[in-house]
Design a protein around this ligand. Structure first.
Ligand SMILES: [Zn+2]
Length: 118
């Protein structure tokens, strides 16, 4: 049907990474930009829609890394199998990032754990 075709086309054009309205990104850390590139890669491979909802904007905990441009919140397509998807993202980002599934959104922060060994 014509409607289905148009919907399919529309969906195709929304796949990938998008910025939600009101996302403030002035002062974003380059380390976080790298995380967004890795996130985009995963989006494309899994045909997922990801919408960034907060970087520096929004209300967060007092010492939140959002305020230093080192954290991002986003929402993902509900059709995605969430747990393995988040696990895959966490594996790709490695130990210098924390990935937290907050239920209504997913949070990534650049949080290097400097310590023993180096
Ligand atoms: Zn957050």
């Amino acid at each position: 049907m014509r409607e289905d075709t148009e919907e399919g086309l529309q969906l195709k054009h929304t796949l990938g990474l998008r910025l939600g309205l009101g996302v403030r990104m002035q002062g974003i850390r380059p380390e976080l930009l790298l995380a967004l590139m890795i996130l985009l890669d995963l989006c494309r491979e899994t045909s997922t829609i990801v919408i960034v909802t907060a970087i520096l904007n929004g209300a967060h905990m007092r010492n939140s890394l959002h305020y230093t441009g080192a954290a991002v919140d986003f929402v993902i397509d509900l059709a995605v199998e969430r747990v393995p998807w988040v696990t895959e993202l966490r594996d790709r980002l490695g130990v210098t990032y924390d990935v937290l599934d907050e239920g209504d959104h997913i949070h990534i922060e650049y949080q290097p754990h400097f310590g023993a060994g180096t």
